[in-house]
Design a binder for this molecule. Structure first.
Ligand SMILES: [Zn+2]
Length: 380
């Protein structure tokens, strides 16, 4: 029997528009390149859609935090909110993230980000379990591999990108795996920091080209057929404007926690209301802000990101592409690149490249799972 490998290489934020600016990328290997529509949210929402083939309202990972009364770490954060502000720097936060993770047995990629301690007491964390292993919070391609005894290797997101590249190199040399997931997250960090047009971005894309080429050529020595797929979760926009939305909302003189609760992400603000007055005032205020739009239920249903119980926001305000909410609860520094905009915006498009033919009906990141099943069809 011919020895086959299906290798899926995930490059975080390598959108279709960015790929088009680097046409040399694996040019001689790739047969087809397609833009894919993404889903509303960030990487931690897109990846579940890619691995499960489902939309956010189906897999439930629409945002890293959701409103919860009571909050599982309320007692702890109440004390921490009394800590002097200068203590609230990244090292303390990352230490606390590990502590919270350990205390609550979270196995997912949990971080406290920059959420103020006195605000965290209104939330619970979505990703309590790791979805890169079988028996995670929803069914994924890894479950299918385990169920059908398909040998596979999935990069460990806790390891560095270089370590994961080296491990995949060894795995293809050993030639025991039928399916591989190579996880490459650092282009995302570089574009967030330096923007999409920076030298650092170009150098990184050239470096990724060389790394993937190396693994692919090695795989060709050990397998009769190698199906190579390069995919991303969404694109990246250069940030041209920053809006202090927190200040706008606080100017209404409502009391956080008593009148309303809000989660400020880089491109989205999520609100929960405790009084009718707060709902009215915040809604009216948001309608005057031209740099973003309120997503109504019809729009959320179209995007398949609708939650009847309002878990991820009774009202969601989404910024227009290239405009960022700053300050927000996720980044301390102002970023130069950002994503998490409307999935219909062309710069939001994800990417699928392959040395195989990609079927016409593969148009969304939720269709990638079908290509995996097609590759593994003889074993499923
Ligand atoms: Zn990102």
């Amino acid at each position: 029997m011919a020895k086959e490998l299906a290798l899926y290489t995930f490059i975080d934020a390598f959108g279709y528009e960015i790929y088009q600016q680097h046409p040399y990328f694996l040019e001689d290997i790739i047969e087809e390149a397609k833009p894919l529509q993404s889903v509303l949210g960030f990487t931690n929402t897109c990846l579940p859609s890619i691995l499960s083939g489902k939309y956010p309202q189906e897999h439930g990972e629409a945002s890293p935090f959701f409103y919860s009364d009571p909050s599982p770490f309320g007692w702890m954060m109440k004390y921490l909110s009394y800590l002097p502000k200068w203590l609230d720097y990244s090292k303390v936060r990352s230490m606390l993230s590990s502590m919270v993770k350990h205390l609550h047995h979270y196995r997912g990629n949990f971080q406290l980000y920059a959420i103020p301690f006195d605000k965290l007491i209104y939330f619970d964390v979505t990703q309590k379990q790791d979805y890169f292993v079988s028996n995670g919070p929803f069914e994924t391609i890894f479950d299918a591999c385990v169920k059908h005894q398909i040998n596979y290797h999935c990069s460990d997101w806790r390891q560095s990108e270089t370590e994961n590249i080296n491990t995949m190199h060894t795995k293809v040399q050993e030639a025991k795996i039928r399916f591989g997931w190579l996880h490459l997250p650092t282009l995302d960090e570089i574009m967030h920091t330096h923007g999409t047009q920076s030298d650092q971005t170009t150098q990184k894309i050239q470096w990724l080209d060389a790394q993937i080429r190396g693994i692919y050529n090695e795989a060709l020595k050990h397998y009769d057929k190698v199906s190579l797929y390069i995919l991303s979760d969404q694109g990246m926009y250069d940030v041209t404007q920053r809006v202090d939305l927190i200040n706008e909302i606080e100017s209404l003189e409502l009391i956080y926690g008593q009148d309303y609760v809000a989660m400020y992400e880089a491109t989205m603000a999520r609100f929960w209301f405790k009084t009718a007055e707060a709902k009215e005032k915040i809604t009216q205020k948001l309608k005057t802000i031209e740099s973003g739009d309120i997503l109504d239920d019809r729009e959320l249903k179209k995007m398949k990101s609708y939650f009847k119980d309002g878990r991820f926001g009774e009202l969601i305000f989404l910024m227009q592409p290239s405009i960022m909410i700053h300050p927000n609860y996720f980044e301390n520094k102002p970023m130069n690149g950002m994503h998490g905009y409307h999935p219909n915006a062309s710069g939001s498009n994800a990417l699928l490249l392959s040395n195989q033919t990609i079927p016409h009906d593969v148009t969304s990141i939720t269709d990638i799972r079908r290509t995996m099943e097609y590759e593994l069809r003889a074993s499923l």
